[in-house]
Design a binder for this molecule. Sequence first.
Ligand code: NOJ
Length: 535
Amino acid sequence: MNSSPWWKEATIYQIYPRSFFDSDGDGEGDLPGVTSKLDYVKSLGVDALWLSPFYTSPNRDGGYDVANPRDVDPRFGNLEDAKELIVQAHKRDLRVIADIVPNHFSDQHEWFQAALKSNPGSKERDRFHFYDANEDGTPPNNWISIFGGPSWTQVEDGQFYLHLFDSSQPDLNWENPEVNADFEKTLRFWIDLGVDGFRVDVAHGLIKEDVLTNHFDPQGLSNALRLDVAMDSQKRNALLLTVPYFDRQGVHEIYRKWRKLFDSYGDREIMAVAEAWVHPPVNATRYIRTDELHQVFNFDLLTAEFNSDVLFDLVERSISLNATVNALPTWALSNHDSTRVASRIGDEQARALALFVFGLPGSAYVFAGQELGLPDGQLQDSDRQDPTFFRTNGAIKGRDGARVPLPWSGDTTPFGFSTGKPWLPISQSWEDLTVENELADPKSSLHLYRNALELRKEFLVGSGGITWLESSQHGHKNDSLLSYLRGSVTVVMNLSDSAKDCDATGKLIIVSGGIVDARDGKKVIPARSSAWFLA
Ligand code: NOJ
């Protein structure tokens, strides 16, 4: 079945280019590396790929510290390589989504360098958030950056500049028209080069208000804002309602302008997905009103427990909130900022949850390596590169574990990823998890993803909403089975540690693990497994 526009129920594969495939032996993945693996990407059954940043960058924050947003960093190749990647993706009917990072630049960007050389109050400083120190010499407020440590860094003449992330990522001042104009130029630049959409980094952060106001628990808030820091969910939610620098009304004005720009490309159907982790969750829907962006990430599944009440509430809420703006949800189990799902909830559970989620209405995002069932890489502290690790003096390990390069082939690390030394070590224990090995094993996670995505396209995409199924054996009030009907497919997930009977009828078309016992007209779902039945 087809869904129009293309992104509405697309499956989108997130590639972290540095970790995908290294074409030149320097130990880091690159754009030609991605291009050379597009047949693999296509074979997964996805509709598009989203590339994390590959722009000119000193790489203090994995490329989310952009020094020139309209060029490619030499470590990833050059603009011709980017063009070729897009052309080759389009040849395979794959769309390309680029990451855009509007909240901050790198301190190496020419604007910031000019600001450092200019006086307080100058137009160069006005592109960022420069403030005088308090009378006692302390920073303008007590905010703690999301990567730890103060949100302010002092420059030579005594002024401080604001950075919600690393000190090498000065926040931009979106009240300044030059900032607006520059980003419109960047959007057009990449659309004209061929990209089909954007993932908007920190989409909720561009407008700052009350910059001089302190927060009552700045360290707690910084932890709550990190997907890789575990925290009691009530405590987290309460803190997240108090973020002083996110989700201000002014951001929507920016996206209304962007939407006009996207729409001016007519039938190219340029889309944008917002990284807007805002609270309460209803606020996220504002980013996808019909005159703003097209999708907003739902972050709930990145931290949710494998528990039927939690998952029922989460799915129900996401579908119904999105419906208020006539949109469909997005679903993601992993990304480059969070612990990989197989490590977080377990391998079998991760497969079960993926199959459960692939049946739902909306767009599914898959983080490269998730299809292989990769866990987080086990790293020594000496390997770590995430600024969070350094800014918290090692108290928070950071996100490198999720960014370990992909194992492709062979029996010895680095498993075909590179002919050189990979930028993060790949454990020998991943031997069974290479693409090559999983292709050879029909029961592998890779085959599960490929089969599921094919069936999703055939039977589920475009087939409307879901009806939760409840009975004595299954339903959201039962803590072991969660089940819904969509179109002609019944999806059942058994969250418990033992096999469970269920009432589903129809023909089994896929199971995430184990064997569905269908003797005597019954259907017995294996422990920690999901299955689809076709009416
Ligand atoms: C969110 C990105 O996903 C993350 O990797 C990055 O560190 C921050 N935004 C800052 O750009």
